[in-house]
Design a protein around this ligand. Sequence first.
Ligand SMILES: O=C1O[C@H](COP(=O)(O)O)[C@@H](O)[C@H](O)[C@H]1O
Length: 234
Amino acid sequence: MTEPVIHRYESREALAEALAAGVAAVLAGALATDGEARLAVSGGSTPQRFLARLAGAAIDWAAVTVNLVDERWVPEESERSNAAMVRRHLLQGHAASAHFVPFHEPSDMPEEVLETLEERFHRTGRPHDALILGMGADGHTASWFPHAPGLAACLDPNGTDAVAAVHPRGMDEPRVTLTYPVVNAARFLALHIEGAEKLAAFEAACGDGPVEDMPVRAVLRAHRSQPLDVFWAP
Ligand SMILES: O=C1O[C@H](COP(=O)(O)O)[C@@H](O)[C@H](O)[C@H]1O
């Protein structure tokens, strides 16, 4: 196991600025070396300030592929759509020319189109240069929800699928998510959390206990050449 490195900021604004600068530098490095770069971002509310900052980075966004870490199975017209959030906050200004690869397809259940999503995901044949995770106070990250049907397949370190469907109990809609092997293959892997409740959840997740209780433990306990960077602000 490689211990995570925690970066604490005085404000959410300062965190957003630092994380955006770090991600932009990683993407710029990949662009300089390979002429292309790949970024995965999380959904929900926490990333919005960071994404807006990142949109201002003066890099060659036309050569950057952006995909989601996970998606709620809703069309983009829904206010719960992570893709719509990314379009509003990241794909603006400089970043408007990025190649965005959303997950959602017009079908009732994600299982019906998983093959398409898998094929689409692999069309960009490089691992993520940067992948930014979020976390819920219940210890879920990506759409790896505690004890959800489909969780075992998401967390299988030897699994060969990049994309999986999850049906979290008590939630309005199914989810699709990147799987553990894909997340852990990212060169720069960060966990972005804000507020006292999430810090307490993170500290609990750092303790002993089953991964299924707090699936973020899968990345906290991973063996990585580059440690997981945790970004936190009150
Ligand atoms: O539903 C989700 O929740 C988590 C955390 O979201 P937040 O609103 O508490 O920041 C997020 O990381 C994930 O991508 C999203 O689908």
